[in-house]
Design a protein around this ligand. Structure first.
Ligand code: C2E
Ligand code: CA
Ligand code: CA
Length: 899
């Protein structure tokens, strides 16, 4: 627009100038025209006056007068203008009357008025003025001639004179008149030049200005365009201009290029839709969403807004694409989170920083019955109380606000008014400044698990068989009792109760009977308990009793006596009547220990002392007992080492034919040469080895040692004899036992006929069914079997009918009081009779006196063993005894080597 205005202004100016020049030219034309009229009038006046002077014709005078009037009028107008005060109309009228063209009149007046002194004009006007008097004189001549002609014709002299005067005047006027014309013409020409030059200069100047302006405007436009280009290219959105008709891209910004992996110019000409993954475009309200594909195959989700515009006449679509990949991913994440929230089994509450509920999940509604509408604007802790009924303490919120997570059990209410125990876990979502924005609470109805837990707690705390406390529960009670006693300087005691020979009950009857017996025992213990007392079963047949609130030590002793009395009364179990006894150890607080573990351990030590010294009794703990218990512990550790260090060895006790005194066999007995404690007897370590599971390895060692010994004796040419060895139940009952025996025999090349296994009555019972097969196998191998310690078990004689049993060894306890005890005499005679009827050989154990020997010999016992004949002896002693020429023995009975 400014350029157009500028151009219009330049053209207008040139037009104005041209119009001005034209006006000036018209004026000049007027001047020239005026001058020519004037000089024509002047010339005509001279001609007319000359003719008049000659002829005196009136129309010649008339002609003169008319021309003179023209000259006069012009002169009047000129003088009026010269005077400076003139009537424009009158002057213009005068010029018009002088024959000047009307269009030039204002210009003439203007020039005469303002440029009277201007070059050419000044000269022309002075020429004009210089002829004024001459012209007036011509008029005077005309007057004189008129007057002369009025008086008659003119004299020739007069006529000549007058004509001469006219010629003189004419000669004066003529050059001035010509100069006037010349000046006017020159002036016109000069002015014409001036006008041309000024019009030219003005037009040039205006053009120059216009060009400058155009330059400035163009530079401005170019700057704006660059700014827009910059904006276009640096836009974060991709902008693409698309030809509406053909769908071809006409322009694209840099972002569009980057996203599509091409140069923005390279996009020009492509089809807009080819930028997208095929079929991915879908409309979303006023925009479309599609997958924009880069040249490298990368895909991003873009939202496109487009609007129709025109470029010139070309309809065009401007497409603005925004990368919404992040938004789409976030929406996806949000949707997954929402779905996850809906599907979790636990109830979830999301609350604002004021703890007002904003969202709950489906599980929450299922658990509590509350709808979200109800809960919204309620604080979620309003419906919850701590287990003791108090509101949730402020410390919870402080802890959660500090970034912690609070988990605890609370009482919560359902919409139907019922309450339930709930596990509540609260955490917080905080903003970047660390202030809590939301609370997230996860709730679980723990009614079921709580009941389970209580049941479990009961089970953990109570022995399932007897219902008494377990060890850990007992220890807890102990700790409480100790604390209570400590406060009032009172006393407490722990009793360790162990049933005597309970194993025999288990072995002789059955485990079911054993269990029922334990239940009965528990009942009897419970019957004796006071209010502050607690009983527990801490092992198979081991019970502990806590006596709280004691005044004296004697009270504990009295309790133990009562308990022993109660337990010793016969118990009726099914068809059986069983008589039990127990051993009790007592340890008291504060004297014997200040913590539950010590008290129990010391009571145990006291019980052990009671049991080893005398059964069915109780003992108070003394520090000495503890030393014993400790020693047993240490012994266990040593026993593990004994095999490795080869600390075992065997002694052999001869078995003698009573009738002849001949040695018919030896029994291998184990000894342990302890590095510190010297020679240990089997009673001191075999039970320990059994309980530690070491017995099988020990028995295997014995087996090998016995075989080796037999071989050695054979090589020494000793008379061949039976060698008995003892096997524990664990060894005998093990599936690999027979194979082990075979291997040992094979390795030593010893005949199975030389071996005899001694198995106790209780071991046979304990092993049950399997025993028979093992016995069969041994029998098949040719190995003999003896029942050891016969008469000490509870069982009937039923197992005696088992095949393969060759010997019966009558236990020492029946031999001991022979022949004085009528009871024992009767028992032994009965045993001998049974054995005889079953075809078994009998061996009496522990014969120490000649009287015992005599009795047994008379009663019909075949063999005997005992200190009366010989103790367990080292192999060399046996060799010496059995050698062909034995030296005389100091023994009461002469030992006769086997034949
Ligand atoms: P047991 O099989 O009844 O062995 C007889 C025990 O009575 C032996 O004691 C023996 O020294 C002792 N004795 C023999 N005659 C008399 C006597 O006249 N008076 C007295 N008071 N005692 C006599 P020991 O050697 O202490 O063995 C004890 C128990 O250890 C054995 O009883 C046996 O059951 C077991 N035992 C011994 N050696 C082994 C072995 O190698 N393996 C296994 N498993 N047990 C063994
Ligand atoms: Ca034995
Ligand atoms: Ca025995």
């Amino acid at each position: 627009m400014p350029l157009a205005y500028g151009l219009a202004a330049v053209v207008g100016l040139v037009l104005c100038l041209t119009w001005g020049a034209l006006q000036v030219q018209v004026t000049l034309a007027g001047f020239l025209n005026g001058e020519s009229l004037w000089s024509k009038a002047q010339k005509q006046a001279v001609i007319d006056l000359t003719a008049y002077a000659r002829s005196g014709e009136a129309d010649r005078l008339e002609g003169f007068r008319r021309n003179y009037q023209v000259i006069r009028t012009d002169r009047w107008a000129r003088e009026a203008i010269d005077s400076g005060h003139y009537d424009k109309h009158a002057v213009a009228d005068a010029f018009r009357r002088g024959g000047v063209i009307p269009a030039a009149i204002p210009g003439m007046i203007f020039i005469l008025d303002h440029f009277a002194q201007a070059p050419y004009v000044g000269e022309a006007l002075s020429d004009w003025r210089s002829v004024d008097t001459s012209i007036d004189e011509l008029n005077t001549i005309a007057d004189q001639l008129q007057r002369a002609y009025a008086q008659g014709p003119l004299s020739p002299e007069e006529a000549v004179r007058q004509r001469t005067r006219i010629d003189v005047l004419n000669n004066f006027i003529q050059p001035r008149s010509d100069d006037f014309s010349l000046q006017i013409a020159l002036g016109a020409a000069w002015l014409g030049k001036v006008l041309f030059i000024s019009v030219l200069l003005t037009a040039l100047l205006a053009s120059l200005l216009w060009v400058r302006m155009a330059q400035r405007i163009l530079a401005g436009i170019r700057g704006t365009e660059e700014r827009y280009r910059l904006l276009f290219d640096s836009a974060a959105d991709a902008i693409v201009m698309v030809d509406e008709v053909h769908g071809r891209i006409l322009g694209a910004n840099r972002t569009a290029g980057t996203w599509s992996g091409r140069d923005p110019h390279g996009l020009v000409g492509m089809n807009f839709h080819d930028l997208f993954v095929e079929g991915s475009m879908r409309s979303a309200g006023s925009s479309t969403i599609g997958l924009l594909r880069a040249a490298n195959g990368l895909v991003r989700t873009v939202e496109t807004h487009s609007n129709l515009t025109t470029w010139g006449t070309q309809p065009m679509r401007q497409a603005i694409m925004r990368d919404i990949s992040d938004r789409v991913a976030m929406e996806q994440e949000r949707r997954i989170a929402a779905e996850a929230l809906a599907s979790v089994a636990e109830g979830v509450i999301i609350a604002d920083s004021e703890r007002r509920v904003t969202t709950v999940n489906a599980a929450h509604t299922r658990i509590t019955g509350y709808t979200l509408q109800y809960l919204q604007h309620h604080r979620f802790d309003e419906l919850r109380r701590m287990a003791d009924g108090s509101p949730l303490p402020a410390s919870i919120w402080d802890m959660v606000a500090e970034g912690g997570n609070w988990v605890g059990e609370v009482q919560s209410w359902r919409s139907d008014g019922s309450s339930y125990p709930e596990l509540l876990s609260i955490s917080a979502i905080r903003n970047s400044e660390g202030r809590v924005q939301h609370y997230v609470a996860v709730i679980t109805d723990i009614t079921r698990s709580k009941a389970d837990r209580q049941r479990l707690e009961y089970m953990v705390a109570h022995d399932p068989l007897t219902g008494l406390a377990t060890r850990s529960e007992f220890q807890r009670h102990c700790a409480q009792a100790i604390e209570a006693a400590g406060r009032i300087s009172g006393a407490a005691a722990v009793l360790f109760v162990d049933l005597d020979a309970f194993k025999a009950v288990n072995d002789s009857y059955s485990h079911a009977i054993g269990d029922r017996l334990l239940v009965k025992v528990a009942q009897r213990i419970r019957r004796e308990l006071g209010e502050q007392d607690v009983a527990s079963r801490i092992g198979g047949d081991e019970f502990t009793v806590l006596l709280g609130g004691l005044r004296t030590r004697e009270q504990a002793g009295q309790f133990a006596s009562r308990l022993l009395q109660s337990l010793s009364e016969p118990m009726l179990i099914g068809d059986y009547e069983i008589v039990m006894s127990a051993s009790i150890g007592i340890a008291g607080y504060p004297l014997d220990g200040a913590d539950p573990v010590t008290l129990i351990a010391n009571a145990d030590a006291a019980m052990y002392a009671a049991k080893t010294q005398e059964r069915n009794t109780f003992r108070f703990y003394t520090p000495l007992m503890h030393a014993d218990a400790r020693m047993r512990l240490m012994l266990g550790a040593d026993l593990r080492q004994a095999l490795i260090r080869d600390e075992f060895h065997l002694v052999f006790q001869p078995s003698v034919e009573l009738r002849t005194g001949r040695i018919v066999a030896v029994e291998a007995l184990l000894r342990w040469r302890h590095p510190e404690r010297g020679e240990l007897m089997p009673d001191e370590f075999i039970p320990l080895a059994e309980s530690l599971g070491l017995i099988r390895r020990i028995d295997a060692w014995t087996m090998r040692a016995v075989c080796a010994q037999i071989r050695q004796w054979d090589e020494a040419k000793l008379p061949p004899m039976r060698v008995a060895l003892n096997a524990s139940a664990a060894t005998f009952g093990h599936p690999g036992f027979i194979d082990g025996v075979k291997q040992a025999l094979q390795a030593s090349q010893v005949s199975p006929k030389r071996l005899l296994f001694e198995i106790t009555e209780s071991a046979i019972l304990r092993l049950g069914e399997a025993t028979e097969q093992t016995m069969h196998a041994l029998h098949a191998l040719g190995i003999g079997i003896a029942i050891d310690d016969f008469g000490t078990g509870y069982s009937s004689l039923a197992y005696l009918k088992l095949s393969g049993i060759d010997y019966l060894k009558i236990d020492r306890s029946f031999v001991m009081d022979l022949p004085d005890s009528a009871n024992d005499v009767a028992i032994v005679e009965a045993m001998l009779a049974i054995a005889k009827s079953l075809g078994m050989c009998t061996i009496a154990e522990g014969i120490e006196t000649a009287a015992q020997h005599e009795f047994l010999l008379r009663a019909g016992c075949a063999e005997g063993q005992g200190y009366y004949y010989a103790r367990g002896l080292p192999p060399v002693e046996i060799e010496r005894m059995l050698s062909p020429n034995p030296r005389h023995e100091p023994s009461r009975l002469r030992l006769v080597p086997p034949k």
